[in-house]
Design a protein around this ligand. Structure first.
Ligand code: ADP
Ligand code: AMP
Length: 225
């Protein structure tokens, strides 16, 4: 496919801002896969792969997994057949080093980041969302016990899998550490894309469907339906 026709959309926002929730809706809307580095690491952890063993300690502390490991994992994922039309990146890039690695990777394929979306949410709301978050063990779909409950408690609407609470969402120290790293390392990446003129900021405190409509409108506005 022509590199320019591909969509590489990055979702930015602090942990709990709704990136995963929105990435899944966008994946259905645009027919390109969600590539969530956190989900990929958790999958490797569950399967006890070498990559999972390597990432484990960093994830438990709420720290970033080293860039080399993360960049290689993303390159591998974006090279697969289902991502030839592009991808919705969720949780990557998370620092400037990763942003530059992504640019180089895409440039080699004759492509580029077509749009960056910044989902803005206040810290008080982030804490409410993270502590109530539940995730499907099978398909990684995300719910909230109050704001977005599943039809049947503890069971995924999409695939019937069991819901669980992430260890790093149970631990307030890990939550604060993740938000701290986000402020230090990820905010400069958002600025990097703002300067490039590809960033749109969205109010992430609106209901899920409204946030989705605003993101779709921003993407269609820039690159067509
Ligand atoms: P992220 O991927 O950015 O960490 P998630 O998509 O997992 O965030 O969302 C965090 C929590 O907030 C989940 O429990 C989700 O159901 C809930 N949530 C997501 N978007 C909204 C919204 N617009 N309003 C209320 N709750 C939301
Ligand atoms: P998330 O699901 O996005 O909240 O990510 C969970 C954890 O996975 C993070 O706290 C990090 O330890 C790790 N992780 C996810 N994405 C990245 C990334 N782009 N770079 C480094 N570590 C990451």
């Amino acid at each position: 496919m022509n590199g320019e026709a591909r969509r590489y959309i990055i979702l930015f926002g602090a942990q709990g801002s709704g990136k995963g929730t929105q990435a899944r809706l966008l994946q259905d809307h645009f027919g390109i896969p969600q590539v969530a580095t956190g989900d990929l690491f958790r999958y490797n952890l569950k399967e006890e792969t070498e990559l999972g063993r390597l990432a484990k300690a960093y994830m438990e502390r709420g720290e970033l997994v080293p860039d080399e490991v993360t960049n290689a994992m993303v390159q591998d994922r974006l090279s697969r057949t289902d991502a030839q039309g592009g991808a919705i990146l969720d949780g990557y890039p998370r620092n400037l080093n990763q942003a530059r690695a992504l640019d180089d990777m895409l440039a080699e394929w004759g492509a580029r980041v077509t749009q960056a979306i910044y989902i803005e949410v206040s810290e008080a709301e982030l804490l409410r969302r993270l502590t109530g978050r539940r995730v499907c063990r099978e398909c990684q779909a995300t719910y909230h016990v109050v704001f977005n409950p599943p039809r049947e408690e503890g069971v995924c609407d999409r695939c019937g899998g069991p819901l669980y609470q992430r260890d790093d969402d149970k631990d307030e120290v890990a939550i604060r550490r993740r938000l701290e790293i986000y402020m230090q390392e990820t905010l400069p990446v958002i600025e990097y894309y703002r300067r490039r003129g590809v960033l749109t900021t969205i109010d992430g405190e609106a209901p899920i469907d409204d946030v989705n409509r605003a993101i779709v409108a921003a993407i269609v506005d820039r690159q067509g339906p």
